[in-house]
Design a protein around this ligand. Structure first.
Ligand code: HEM
Length: 367
């Protein structure tokens, strides 16, 4: 448990050990909604709170969290997700056909790992997949919010909001068999979903669907390219794919840090005095390499047993999309190994680099 900064008398902390990370993510004393913790003059970012992501389920506590999660949980249950399998296979086949037509080397990030989950989440929600480049840009800007141009941020948020407003209008007039039409119905019925919550829900699902599974697929492939004997084994024996995916999630965790929690009270946490209002982050990557939990934690091993990683978080905010991400990852790798049994990293290109984005661990490109 490390203090990493302080501002206005509050300290920020990072928690790195596996057991401590689980404890932090499980404890109701570490809250998601900080708005009641500070005297009003300290509430720096409240006025800037933008509606389209000010009311995400990821940022609130029970009972709001429970209510919001219940609305979408049925669409993401393993059983429901399983029904998407034929369509995910089809999308994957299409992307592979396109890659085969390319001359020379392909980029596994842009040509495969990125479009696959985007097309799937777009279809599930009912947003046109052709607009994916816009979403990519908007997702990027929102995630980089604190470091990049403020004007660009405001412009992109405005464009995203207008886009969704138009889309909602269309779906209201002509509902379809998709999640957005279903959420619009819930919003109209009142009580269960406010307008801000509706926007926040769709934005959260778009961002989560854009920025995570791409990293699961590309990072796992990268780790396999770094370990050619294991790549060969899993290419020949597809029954190893699920454990390769779990090991990819642990070894190069797509989400590096949890989102922020705030301490509800002055608490002693493993020898540290964490004060009411302090910000606490869990280092998921560090927990997943904790030697006390994982034998040879720094080794990539697709046959690892008892791989209880926390790549999808823990507790009530445990990733809603985990069954979808796992299924997409499994199909993505299966199809790749079938289509390109001899594929390798293009070692004449510069070594792949990690994107410089807070919270996420993903590659810029994978030639
Ligand atoms: C929450 C990781 C894919 C939707 C989370 C959290 C993590 C995570 C670590 C918890 C954050 C925290 O507690 O601060 C991942 C990883 C993914 C992935 C590693 C892919 C490999 C997805 C997908 C979707 C999704 C595909 C949806 C389509 C969500 C949602 C939450 C969440 C809605 C918030 C749940 C809540 O607050 O109850 N994810 N995610 N995720 N994830 Fe994912």
């Amino acid at each position: 448990v490390f203090p990493v900064g302080s501002e206005n008398g509050y300290t920020s902390w990072i928690v790195t050990k596996y057991d401590h990370v689980k404890e932090l993510l499980k404890s109701p004393s570490f809250m998601k909604d900080q708005s009641n913790l500070y005297p009003s003059s300290d509430r720096g970012n409240e006025a800037e709170k933008v509606n389209i992501f000010g009311n995400m389920m990821l940022d609130v506590d029970p009972p709001d969290h429970t209510r919001l999660r219940k609305l979408v949980q049925p669409s993401f249950n393993p059983k429901t997700i399983k029904q998407l399998e034929p369509r995910i296979r089809e999308i994957s086949d299409g992307l592979i056909e396109d890659m085969k037509k390319k001359e020379g080397s392909v980029n596994l990030v842009d040509d495969y790992a990125f479009p696959l989950p985007i097309i799937v989440i777009s279809e599930l929600l009912g947003v046109p997949a052709e607009d994916r480049d816009k979403f990519r840009k908007w997702s990027n800007t929102i995630l980089a919010a604190s470091s990049d141009s403020e004007t660009e941020f405001v412009e992109d948020v405005e464009a995203f909001t207008t886009y969704l407003t138009d889309l909602f209008e269309k779906r209201r007039e002509q509902p379809e068999d998709d999640l957005i039409s279903q959420l619009l119905q819930t919003e109209e019925d009142g009580e269960q979903l406010s307008t801000n919550e509706l926007y926040s829900m769709v934005v959260l699902l778009i961002i989560a669907g854009h920025e995570t599974t791409v990293n699961l697929i590309a990072n796992t492939m990268f780790a396999l390219f770094e370990h050619p004997e294991q790549l060969k084994r899993v290419t020949q024996d597809h029954s190893l794919i699920p454990s390769a995916i779990e090991e990819g999630l642990r070894y190069y965790s797509p989400v590096d840090f949890s989102t922020a929690r705030w301490s509800e009270a002055d608490i002693d946490f493993h020898g540290n005095r964490i004060k009411r209002g302090d910000l606490v982050l869990a280092s998921i990557s560090s927990a997943n390499r904790d030697e006390e939990k994982f034998e040879n934690a720094d080794q990539f091993d697709i046959t690892r047993r008892r791989n209880a990683h926390v790549a999808f978080g823990f507790g009530i905010h445990f990733c809603l999309g985990a069954p979808l991400a796992r299924l997409e990852g499994k199909i993505a790798l299966e199809k790749l190994f079938d289509a390109f049994p001899d594929m390798d990293l293009n070692r004449t290109e510069p070594s792949p680099e990690w994107r410089q984005v807070f919270l996420l661990r993903g590659l810029d490109a994978l030639p």
